[in-house]
Design a protein around this ligand. Structure first.
Ligand code: PGA
Length: 306
């Protein structure tokens, strides 16, 4: 059996995830020569190179990739064990790994805040990214739970519905269509449109609706941030589709409004998902139950612009 220490494996995992000895040293609060010597010893123990340097870039070898996958499993099991011990002692302790789509950042941190107040020994790694990146993270089994509005069909996941996620058409308050009722969808063909980036779930939902109605909009701008889109609408660059969750009360200062266009809001739903067959940690299970209960009581409309 390979006689590597847990410390060496932790250092290796950190180097592999950053692709850099220097960054790993910074993260682990150790010196760079210590990282190098730990990696040298680990390489000798394994008996084959773990990294290869191409130009300035550090790449994992095939053996390195295998070791990284093993490290992930080992540390996941150890984390789980720690949580079980804490649970037996009557406390919830450990790390919750959560990845959420961009729009979920408008409500998930509040829920996490309450959850962490209830369980002060829990710490959280929260990744906020778009739908496509969430799917990749799922395939790599990087997180405990995922919050998104369309669980992927090509990844085996268990999903629980949380609450509605209506996608609304947002315009500047001075837009000529503001305040009009039941506007035919064909009318927005002439509008400058601001679209989310490739890989966004919102974009996918909008494109499906437009394809259904054979609408070809004039995309003036592509942006990968809901906040930047709101600023662009406020700046008069065009209209866009956003989740209603992004329209907090402070957005009224941005002079935004929603348009009553046929086909909108696009009705979506929030889900919490986890990989099928994944044994959830004590903390992940506790958060799963907490978020289900919390979202049942949640009134998002109290945060919306009129
Ligand atoms: P997005 O996800 O940030 O990828 O657009 C939101 C959604 O899927 O509704």
């Amino acid at each position: 059996m390979i006689q590597a220490t847990l410390h060496q494996l932790r250092v290796f995992q950190t180097v592999a995830s950053h692709g850099s000895f220097t960054k790993a040293a910074e993260e682990l609060f150790i010196t760079q020569p210590t990282v190098s010597s730990q990696m040298k010893q680990l390489t000798q123990t394994v008996g084959m190179p773990l990294f290869e340097q191409i130009g300035k870039q550090l790449h994992l070898t095939d053996v390195g990739r295998e070791l990284l996958a093993t490290c992930q499993k080992v540390f996941e099991q150890l984390d789980r064990f720690e949580m079980i011990v804490a649970d037996i002692k009557g406390t919830k302790q450990g790390r919750l790994r959560l990845a959420v789509v961009t729009t979920a950042k408008y409500f998930v941190p509040r829920i996490l805040g309450h959850f962490c107040q209830k369980y002060p020994k829990v710490d959280v790694a929260l990744e906020v990214t778009n739908h496509q990146n969430i799917t990749r993270r799922m395939l790599e089994n990087q997180d405990d739970l995922y919050i998104l509005s369309q669980p992927p069909e090509d990844v085996p996941v268990c999903s629980e519905a949380l609450m509605n996620n209506p996608l609304v058409l947002v315009a500047n308050k001075n837009h000529p269509l503001a305040g009009k009722k039941n506007i035919p969808i064909k009318r927005i063909r002439d509008e400058a449109f601001i679209m989310r980036e490739q890989g966004s779930g919102t974009r996918q939902a909008v494109q499906q609706l437009f394809a259904k109605h054979k609408i070809y909009v004039n995309v003036r701008l592509e942006l990968n941030s809901n906040e930047a889109i709101k600023q662009a609408i406020a700046g008069g660059l065009g209209i866009s589709v956003l989740s209603e969750h992004t329209l907090y009360r402070e957005s009224s200062e941005l002079e935004l409004t929603t348009l009553d266009v046929q086909g909108f809001p696009i009705q979506r739903q929030w889900y919490v998902s986890y990989l099928d067959g994944k044994q959830l940690s004590v903390i992940a299970q506790a958060f799963l139950e907490y978020i289900q209960e919390y979202t049942q009581k949640m009134d998002i409309t109290s945060h919306l612009v009129s």
